[in-house]
Design a protein around this ligand. Structure first.
Ligand SMILES: C[S@@+](CC[C@H](N)C(=O)[O-])C[C@H]1O[C@@H](n2cnc3c(N)ncnc32)[C@H](O)[C@@H]1O
Length: 408
């Protein structure tokens, strides 16, 4: 029988044998949230080890130019190390930073934005502001999507991918980053899934979305949330920012950045159900949004009417479709862009440069693709005024980043 301590068949034994133990000093954290240490000059990645710590680690994989190791013991802990509140931390792939205090999380996330802006964006001498923290460090997520395998699974876990695995689910009865209401609903929903386990020929994903209507599990249901005095309807399974505690602060910041120079018109590209466009509308003569998801764009129109906004129009289509329909000039316009993780495509960026909005605020949930796009915008004549990360996702390695640009 195969035992854990036996060397796996395809194990590469260079430079270390399987389960070789090393004593290491951790230098930094990677963007994946892993501790990075060096043994002589050889890089060893140790998840859950923190910068400055002396640790014992056990090698389980050698790559061409680095090794992966499990954390065995923390010999000298970082002053920023804390006890993770979740009993599944380290096994569940959802969180990377529960063992790092919140000040430390914000410092390291800022450092990662700086690194990406320099390395990918080639942006030197840009100041990245300290991370704007979430008012809630736990119990903030208003959307949870646990998975389960097919009916053949013996233990039938309902939860998230096991840390470092692509196809193994770990059972998650409670999730401390989700809102209290979601954690109240979770055992009930899990029970329902267990009761009909035999129906699942394939694995599936549940939805728990905490909204004004309560915790909703039907992804097609129309639900709503209230932000800064406006109510937005959206489809429960579709995009809506999922940290409602920091969202008003993010929107106020975007409005403040966009409004530093008085302009007449606003374009909101990748507008979803219109949150930025409708929050900003009273400061502009006319607002135009564009959104590829037809239902979301339709809901943006409904949201405009429901909130008494009469100067906003919404186009269904790819972001670049907006330029053909604009009746106002770039030099009198501001623009907000908030694309998905993949960032903007080049067709859109080229047309944006031709349109030439005077001010631009770029909101991104992936600073790596944002840095790539900022490089293009800078080369096209935009000056980066300010970079402000917002921690929409405490305890995880993710960060939202807002860049303000103006036409040089
Ligand atoms: C990160 S969300 C932002 C939504 C909105 N700004 C908000 O905060 O609620 C990105 C949005 O871009 C839309 N989208 C994705 N690709 C697009 C494209 N090529 N053109 C226009 N919209 C797109 C998605 O449907 C999604 O609604």
């Amino acid at each position: 029988m195969w035992r854990m301590t036996e060397t796996p068949r395809n194990f590469n034994p260079e430079p270390y044998p399987y389960h070789h133990e090393l004593e290491l000093i951790v230098e930094t954290l990677t963007n994946l949230g892993h501790g990075l240490a060096r043994d002589n000059n050889w890089v060893v990645m140790v998840p859950f080890a923190l910068p400055g710590e002396r640790v014992r680690a056990r090698v389980f994989r050698n790559h061409k130019n680095y090794s992966d190791a499990d954390l065995v013991d923390v010999l000298e802990p970082s002053p920023q190390r804390v006890e993770p509140p979740c009993p599944l931390f380290g096994q569940c792939g959802g969180c990377q930073y529960q063992h790092l205090d919140y000040t430390g999380q914000k410092e390291w996330k800022r450092g990662q934005v700086v690194d990406l802006m320099e390395r990918i964006g080639g942006l030197e001498n840009v100041v990245v502001e300290p991370v704007h923290g979430s008012p809630k460090e736990y119990h903030y997520r208003s959307k949870l999507t646990p998975h389960h395998p097919n009916r053949q699974s013996k233990d039938f876990p309902i939860g998230f991918l096991r840390y470092g695995r692509r196809n193994q689910i770990i059972d998650v009865p409670q999730c401390p980053i989700a809102t209290d209401a979601i954690n109240e609903a979770l055992p009930i929903e899990r029970k329902k899934i267990h009761a009909k386990k035999e129906k699942f020929k394939r694995g599936s994903t549940l939805l728990l979305r905490h909204t004004l209507e309560g915790v909703i599990t039907d992804p097609r249901a129309t639900v709503s949330e209230q932000v800064l005095g406006k109510v937005y309807e959206f489809q429960a399974g579709e995009f809506f920012q999922n940290n409602p505690f920091i969202l008003p602060e993010l929107i106020e910041y975007v409005l403040e950045q966009i409004g530093r120079v008085k302009l007449r018109y606003l374009v909101d590209a990748y507008c979803g159900v219109g949150v930025f466009a409708l929050s900003a509308a009273r400061h502009f003569e006319q607002v135009a949004g564009v959104e590829i998801n037809a239902q979301a764009a339709e809901q943006a129109r409904v949201n405009a009417a429901a909130n008494g906004v009469t100067n906003a129009t919404f186009t269904i289509g790819k972001s670049e479709a907006i330029f053909a329909s604009l009746s106002f000039p770039g030099e009198e316009s501001a623009m907000i862009i908030d694309p998905p993780r993949a960032g903007c495509d080049e067709v859109f960026l080229r047309q944006l440069l031709d349109f030439g909005p005077k001010r631009l605020v770029y909101v991104s949930c992936d600073p790596a693709t944002q840095a790539r796009d900022l490089k293009i915008l800078q080369a096209g004549g935009y000056q980066i005024e300010r970079i402000q990360p917002f921690d929409l996702f405490p305890q995880t390695r993710h960060i939202e980043n807002v860049a303000t640009l103006s036409r040089a």
